[in-house]
Unconditional design. Structure first.
Length: 88
């Protein structure tokens, strides 16, 4: 059993912890970048969200109005009036 005390880390544990920490940080960064890219190219992370709304929230407002009408919270007359006003 030659060279037991002449290994790469010289028997210390600090080097092992630093290696572990650097690998955790490396893989955390890689996973974060992959998630950001997937979300951006899937259409969930860009300037336009689900439903095609822009920064003004127009698409979001129409979607909420459609949902309220579908649930029966507002009648057809109110729905048309608000929809016209939003588009106006």
């Amino acid at each position: 059993m030659p060279y037991w005390d002449h290994g790469y880390w010289d028997g210390g544990w600090v080097g092992g912890l630093l290696m572990l920490l650097s690998m955790v940080l490396l893989w955390g960064g890689v996973i974060t970048v992959v998630v950001i890219l997937v979300r951006r190219f899937a259409g969930h992370g860009g300037s336009r969200g689900e439903g095609g709304e822009g920064r003004d929230g127009y698409g979001s407002a129409l979607r909420i109005l459609d949902e309220r009408y579908a649930r029966g919270e507002i009648d057809e007359e109110e729905y048309e009036r608000r929809r016209t006003r939003l588009r106006g």
